[in-house]
Write a protein that binds this ligand. Structure first.
Ligand SMILES: [Zn+2]
Ligand SMILES: [Zn+2]
Length: 241
């Protein structure tokens, strides 16, 4: 990840690239090929300490499950986020999704791959499908690109087999409203070279960028279980607490 290609070194001399978060000139302080500096990466807030067994929210006084998860049934077994969704992470994800800085997908792929491997590295990775309007605007699906990089760079088995049809914007909706909004909108099937049949009997690791209410992960997990996945766990880059 920290190896900088000779081409990037030359490009940096001709057109110096800046960190997408703080705007500093990257030069030697860049992290691999991603346009982000080491200092900004060091400022990301890793989530550690006691977490809810189910949704992964940091626990304050509860034992193993947060108060919300005691009331809910999920199609997924566990969800974990790597980082808190703070200003640095929001700038990184905003640069990737809103500004369309695609090389950040390699950086996110590396983070998720490390966690996938730490957990035994045997599950099939399925990306949460992006909202069609966002995908059309950018010309690519943000999680699909991350999953493709996990496959290409690290040999992770990936089945990008979920599709999503248009729905209301989710941003300001709560868990129940999001569930209603997503109902029937996520479907599994053949998509490019991905085959939903490959997940029958498999343990699946669903990946997404930000976890907010958990409704999207829940709906995707429900569809994957319906199509034969024996277990679904979810892994996201950041959690909006
Ligand atoms: Zn920076
Ligand atoms: Zn919970």
């Amino acid at each position: 990840m920290n190896t900088i290609s000779p081409v990037l070194r030359i490009l940096d001399l001709i057109i110096p690239e800046r960190c997408v978060v703080c705007g500093c000139l990257l030069g030697e302080c860049r992290i691999g090929s991603a346009p982000v500096c080491g200092e900004c990466v060091g400022r990301l807030r890793l989530l550690d300490g006691d977490r809810c067994d189910c949704c992964g929210v940091p626990l304050i006084s509860e034992d193993t499950r947060c108060l919300i998860c005691r009331e809910r049934e999920y199609a997924y077994a566990t969800h974990r986020s790597l980082y808190g969704y703070d200003a640095v992470m929001a700038a990184l994800i905003g640069a990737y999704k809103a500004r369309g800085i695609k090389p950040l997908g390699v950086f996110f792929a590396n983070l998720l791959w490390q966690e996938w491997e730490r957990r035994g590295g045997s599950s099939v990775v399925v990306p949460v499908p992006g909202n069609p309007s966002g995908c059309r605007r950018r010309g690519w699906d943000h999680c699909g690109v991350i999953a493709a990089e996990m496959a290409r760079r690290y040999g992770v088995p990936v089945q990008d087999c979920l599709r999503r049809s248009r729905g209301r914007r989710q941003k300001d909706l709560g868990y129940q409203e999001r569930q209603r909004n997503l109902s029937g909108k996520i479907i599994a099937g053949q998509k490019g070279r991905a085959r939903v049949g490959e997940i029958v009997g498999a343990s699946v690791m669903l990946i997404d960028d930000v976890y907010t209410t958990g409704a999207t992960v829940q709906e995707c997990a429900r569809v994957l279980r319906k199509h034969g996945a024996c277990r679904v766990d979810a892994l996201t880059i950041a959690m909006d607490l």
